[in-house]
Design a protein around this ligand. Structure first.
Ligand SMILES: Cc1ncc(COP(=O)(O)O)c(C=O)c1O
Length: 340
């Protein structure tokens, strides 16, 4: 059986999710008449203690709308250098918002309130105006690292002191939530805008929500339409999201456990130089310099195990709900057969 460790985005809807989708009541969402989308938006807004939420086709669109709605052209966005909004959204902040990014060198995607303070631009005409800080939690390129909640609160304080907005790219926020003893409401209280994804570890085929105040979501609604993201009978997709939130959150802990077990397994092989300690469902490891990354990826592929190279000598494995139950054993035997 295929073991696809490239990403948690490869997951397909289960039969139970498909059944739930099929019975959804739908309407034209551009007319705000899709009852299932309205239900999902209300559910997620309430979950995070916010006034409103907007269903978007992708996490990228939710993030880009959040930046566009909270900046003016010429502004600057502070984020980590590996942040999805800066590194993996095709230069979207410049393209959509006419803003620039001020990327910080964090540790596995996590930066400090002090780094934010230091990065703030003096208020004079030579500099772009910093207007928003964006945190990613968990940090994708940081190997699923969890952003410490108290540091988030310190960053919130810097933002409040300097009249900056604070955005959370929470594509994998539920992975953090099941690991730390905090509720969505607590996260909601610290941020002006939050994007969450349904199509990653939660197993829905499509969808993301942008969550915030009524005023923000009203502006977001207009921007989504401009970007071509106004959907019609998308309640079938929203139903997948409702199913995912009701059934697939607590089980994320199993994915984290498997990632830890794979980390322990990898350390047994002498061709592995280092494993970044997995905190959630993403595991990044580094090969010894004498070993070819593409040779290992190719070898695994021949054995129906799929993975990505994410940096020099670095490979990423992502665990998720569609992996077969014997993944660890299959991986152990495939790795043992690798000749280098
Ligand atoms: C941290 C993070 N933010 C945003 C996104 C974008 O999500 P989408 O692929 O739905 O646009 C991703 C995608 O993997 C991600 O990892």
């Amino acid at each position: 059986m295929r073991i696809d460790l490239r990403s948690d985005t490869v997951t397909k809807p289960s039969q139970a999710m498909l059944d739930f989708m099929q019975q959804a009541k739908v309407g034209d969402d551009v007319f705000e008449e899709d009852p299932t989308i309205n239900q999902l938006q209300q559910l997620t807004a309430e979950m995070f203690g916010k006034e409103a939420a907007l269903f978007c086709p992708s996490g990228t669109m939710s993030n880009q709308i959040a930046i566009k709605a909270q900046t003016q052209p010429g502004d600057e966005v502070i984020c980590d250098e590996g942040a999805h909004i800066h590194y993996h959204e095709g230069g979207g902040i410049a393209f959509n918002s006419g803003a620039s990014t001020n990327p910080l060198s964090g540790t596995r995607g996590v930066f400090t309130a002090q780094q934010v303070k230091t990065a703030l631009r003096p208020a004079n005409i030579y500099f772009a105006q910093t207007t928003i800080v964006s945190i990613e939690n968990t940090c994708n390129r940081g190997g699923g690292k969890i952003f410490d909640f108290q540091e988030i609160q310190r960053i919130r304080q810097v933002c409040s002191d300097n009249k900056l907005k604070l955005h959370l790219d929470g594509a994998r926020l539920f992975n953090a939530i099941v690991e730390v003893n905090r509720s969505p409401i607590e996260y909601g209280a610290e941020f002006d805008s939050i994007s969450i994804c349904l199509s990653k570890g939660l197993g829905a085929p499509v969808g993301s929500l942008l969550i915030g105040s009524n005023d923000l979501i009203q502006r977001a609604y207009r921007i989504r339409k401009v970007l071509g993201g106004g959907m019609r009978q998308a309640g079938y997709l929203a139903a997948a999201g409702i199913y995912a939130l009701n059934n697939n959150v607590t089980r994320l802990a199993k994915d984290h456990q498997l990632a830890k077990e794979i980390g322990t397994l990898l350390r047994e092989f002498s061709f592995v130089k280092q494993v970044l300690e997995p905190e959630t469902n993403i595991l990044v490891f580094e090969l010894e310099r004498s070993v070819s990354t593409s040779d290992l990826i190719h070898h695994l592929q021949e054995e129906s195990v799929f993975a990505f190279e994410v940096g020099p000598q670095q490979i990423r494995f992502v665990t998720h709900l569609d992996l077969p139950s014997d993944t660890l054993e299959k991986l152990r035997s495939s790795l043992a057969r690798f000749k280098y």
